[in-house]
Design a protein around this ligand. Structure first.
Ligand SMILES: O=C(O)CCC(=O)C(=O)O
Length: 264
C-alpha cells in the first residue's frame, strides 16, 4: 500500500506526487457528509478557513470540527503512503478543509507552509484530498515543482487583499525560475506535497464548488515546538499552536520532546 517507486521519485524530485490510489466511494461519501455538516455548524466562517476540522467540538481556533476527518487522517492506506516519504515515525498535527464555494471561492496566494509552522527541523508532508473534482476552472491546487529542492524559505510579504485565504505570499520575483503546474484531481484522488514546496490556488469563479482536505503529517524526528509561534491571526484567521493536539499515529517520538497530552 506504499507509494510506488516512481511516485516516491517524483515527490523527492518535484516536491509533490499524485498517487494512483483513490479513496473508496463510501469514504468519499462520508467525507462529503462531514463537510456538509461542518459547513452548517460553521456558518459564520469562510469555508476556506476551516482550520483543525478534525478536532471534535469547537476547537481553540473557533471551528466546530467533525470526527470523520480524524478517521480519514488515521486511515492506514493514507499513512502507508505518507510513510513512504517521511518514514515510519508519524505525527498527525493538523487538518484543514479548504472549501471554495462556486462563484466566490477565495484565492490562496502562492506560499510555503513552512513560514507558519513551529516544527524543527522543519518537515511535513501534506496529503491534500479532493472532496470535489478539482480543476483549473474551480481553482485547483497549483504547485511550483522543484521549489522545495534547496530547503530554502523564500521571502514572503503580507498580502493585504481582503478576499484571499492566506495573507502571507511568496515574493513573486524570488520564484520566477519555476513553472506553475495545475494539479487537477477527480474527487477521491489526492496529492502529497512537501513543506518547502511553493503552492497556492486561484479563485473559484466557476459555478462548481471545490473542496479539499489538507492533512498534515510530520516525522517524529522533528519537534512541534509550541513556544516558537504565538497564537495569532496573521495568516488571515486564528491559528493556535499552543493547544493543538498531536497524535502519534506510527512509531515512536524520536525527539522525546513532543507533547501528546495538550489539547486532547
Ligand atoms: O486548498 C488550497 O487551495 C490551498 C491548500 C494549501 O495551501 C495547503 O494545503 O497548504
Amino acid at each position: 500500500m506504499a507509494l510506488t517507486q516512481s511516485e516516491i521519485e517524483q515527490y523527492r524530485r518535484d516536491g509533490f506526487t499524485v498517487p494512483s490510489y483513490r479513496l473508496p466511494a463510501a469514504q468519499l461519501a462520508a467525507l462529503r457528509e462531514a463537510l456538509d455538516a461542518t459547513l452548517e455548524s460553521n456558518a459564520g466562517i469562510r469555508p476556506e478557513k476551516l482550520v483543525s476540522v478534525h478536532i471534535k467540538g469547537r476547537n481553540a481556533e473557533g471551528v466546530v470540527g467533525h470526527p470523520t476527518f480524524l478517521e480519514v487522517a488515521k486511515d492506514p492506506a493514507i499513512l502507508d503512503r505518507v510513510q513512504s516519504v517521511i518514514g515510519p515515525h508519524i505525527i498527525l498535527w493538523g487538518c484543514q478543509a479548504f472549501c471554495k464555494p462556486g462563484g466566490d471561492g477565495q484565492e490562496v496566494p502562492m506560499h510555503q507552509d513552512g513560514h507558519y509552522w513551529p516544527i524543527r527541523p522543519l518537515a511535513t508532508c501534506t496529503v491534500w484530498i479532493a472532496i470535489d473534482d478539482s480543476t483549473v476552472e474551480n481553482g485547483c491546487l497549483r504547485v511550483l515543482p522543484r521549489s522545495h529542492r534547496d530547503h530554502t524559505l523564500f521571502e514572503h510579504y503580507t498580502d493585504r487583499r481582503e478576499q484571499v485565504t492566506l495573507s502571507s505570499a511568496v515574493m513573486p520575483g524570488t520564484v520566477a525560475q519555476y513553472d506553475v503546474v495545475d494539479v487537477e484531481l477527480e474527487a477521491g484522488q489526492m496529492s502529497l506535497h512537501d513543506v518547502y514546496m511553493v503552492h497556492g490556488s486561484n479563485r473559484n469563479t466557476s459555478p462548481r464548488r471545490r473542496a479539499g482536505l489538507a492533512i498534515r503529517y510530520m516525522p517524529a524526528t522533528s519537534h512541534f515546538n509550541r513556544d516558537l509561534i504565538e497564537t495569532r491571526d496573521t495568516s488571515g484567521y486564528l491559528v493556535d499552536f499552543s493547544s493543538r493536539p498531536l497524535w502519534l499515529l506510527r512509531g515512536r517520538d524520536q525527539t522525546g520532546k513532543n507533547d501528546f497530552h495538550i489539547g486532547h
